[in-house]
Design a protein around this ligand. Structure first.
Ligand SMILES: Cc1ncc(COP(=O)(O)O)c(C=O)c1O
Length: 458
């Protein structure tokens, strides 16, 4: 085992700004500091090992020690370590990757624009929609509808279209171009006595009402994950997508499919399009798993009809005025090529399809547990939602934070889960095997027992 040098108690922390953390707590409490990775595990600076049961942020699809990807990066670093793909110049690996991606993605004759993160890819999707609409003679069609309680990235545009009011308020965002509809989270958002079919019909009507209220001539795009992971894993009920699509088609609104989490294997396919939506979107974004997150890399995928509209802008403006110094980075491209090769050589999608029922069984085994209100599972991910009332007064005090409380207990046991309100989510690296799932659920049970005891004692 490699020796790990332990840093001094707060060395490097005082001046660190860590996202989604309490900046004040950082001054007094050292964050978890990871020193190295081993398969689906990470090892901290003190040598303690944790299973990353949510693959960091659903992104470490090959875990934390895939040497094949490190080798691919090193080979490319030696050959051509950087180049800016723009101004009628690019690199051979980018061309090779574009060919490989278009052959595997569900949009026929898709066009690929490279960037460095899911945030950027989503921001550009909005930009490209506006570009296309301006030159298609529909300049007013620039507003975006997305769903409450969702997340699409951290720039001004993405934070605005993510459905978190806290973010809109925190950063004083300009919300004029954004509208929101209800998340298709049947368990938490249904009305009393409402059936799934009635819930779906109500949400489709709500979409139409929002379009009418804003003015159909102003709405350019509907922006959503095919299965919303960012809301706490809320698979839509049957019939949701066809009902929503019918409304979008009626008003000539583009559908943008955020596959930043679901893409590259999480549902057992390259994307969730075919087995979830049942139709092809107009634009799609991929990040996270595309490079197994061994390099900051992402794409915005544009369907041919949208691209044809963009060409009109190109012709009028004498070129496409959009690029980034690091877009289509050759080392990132080489890694993505190797990810695709490894997924095929090792039959990773087939493995995921085998593991999906294992994960679902482990999640749904929590149904009926005294502390559990709901269980959800879709693709290679699952959530258990805690019932705060089952934990007595301390549970009520922590309503909305029970996921975080359970994470703290699980971490003591060597398991990292993803908290979201009163739920915790697991969505391990794609490479996790049956024995890993057994260990994850055993540790989760221990964490839950500890939490129950702790809250009973308090
Ligand atoms: C659904 C979704 N879209 C976009 C993003 C932003 O991606 P990134 O963090 O790579 O910028 C995230 C990040 O978690 C996400 O969950």
């Amino acid at each position: 085992m490699a020796t790990v040098e332990v840093a001094r108690p707060n060395e490097g922390v005082d001046n660190l700004m860590l996202g989604y953390s309490d900046l004040r707590s950082l001054q007094t409490r050292r964050p978890l500091v990871i020193a190295r990775g081993d398969g689906i595990r990470v090892i901290d600076e003190n040598g303690k090992s944790y299973i990353e049961s949510c693959a960091s942020f659903f992104n470490a699809s090959f875990g934390y020690s895939e040497h094949e990807l490190a080798e691919a990066a090193y080979e490319q670093f030696k050959l051509m370590p950087l180049y800016s793909s723009a101004s009628h110049r690019t690199v051979d690996v980018v061309l090779r990757l574009t060919e490989m991606l278009t052959a595997r993605l569900p949009l026929p004759d898709a066009h690929i624009s490279y960037c460095c993160s899911g945030t950027e890819a989503n921001d550009y999707a909005v930009k490209f929609m506006r570009y296309r609409n301006v030159y298609e003679g529909k300049a007013a069609k620039r507003k975006v509808i997305s769903r409450q309680n969702s997340y699409h990235g951290s720039t001004v545009v993405d934070s605005s279209l993510g459905g978190a009011k806290g973010l809109h308020d925190s950063f004083a965002l300009d919300m004029a171009d954004y509208r929101f509809v209800t998340q298709p989270d049947y368990f938490n958002n249904r009305l009393e006595g409402e059936s799934e079919a009635e819930f779906v019909a109500r949400l489709a009507k709500e979409l139409e009402d929002v379009i009418q209220e804003a003015g159909p001539e102003t709405i350019g795009m509907f922006f959503a994950e095919p299965i919303c992971f960012s809301s706490g894993l809320t698979p839509p009920p049957d019939g949701y997508w066809p009902a929503m699509k019918a409304v979008l088609d009626r008003y000539d609104i583009l559908h943008m499919d955020d596959e930043v989490i679901t893409g590259f294997g999480r549902t057992g396919d390259w994307t969730a399009v075919d087995n979830t939506l049942g139709f092809k979107p107009d634009l799609m974004t991929l990040a996270k798993g595309i490079s197994a997150s061994y390099f900051p890399f992402a794409v915005t995928v544009i369907s041919d009809p949208v691209y044809q509209g963009m060409l009109k802008g190109n012709d009028i403006q004498h070129g496409f005025h959009h690029a980034g110094t690091l877009h289509g980075h050759p080392v990132g491209a080489a890694i993505v090529i190797r990810v695709i090769e490894l997924m095929e050589e090792r039959k990773v999608l087939e493995h995921v399809r085998e593991m999906i029922p294992v994960l679902h069984k482990g999640i749904h085994a929590w149904r009926g547990h005294e502390a559990i209100a709901d269980t959800r599972a879709v693709g290679l991910a699952g959530a258990i939602q805690l019932d705060p009332a089952a934990f007595g007064p301390k549970g009520e005090e922590n309503r909305g934070q029970m996921g975080q409380r359970l994470l703290e207990c699980c971490m003591e046991r060597g398991l990292i889960v993803r908290p979201r309100a009163d739920s915790v989510i697991i969505g391990p690296p794609l490479i996790a095997g049956a024995a890993d799932y057994e260990e994850i659920f055993a540790l989760l049970a221990l964490g839950m027992k500890d939490l129950q005891e702790e809250m009973r004692r308090a």
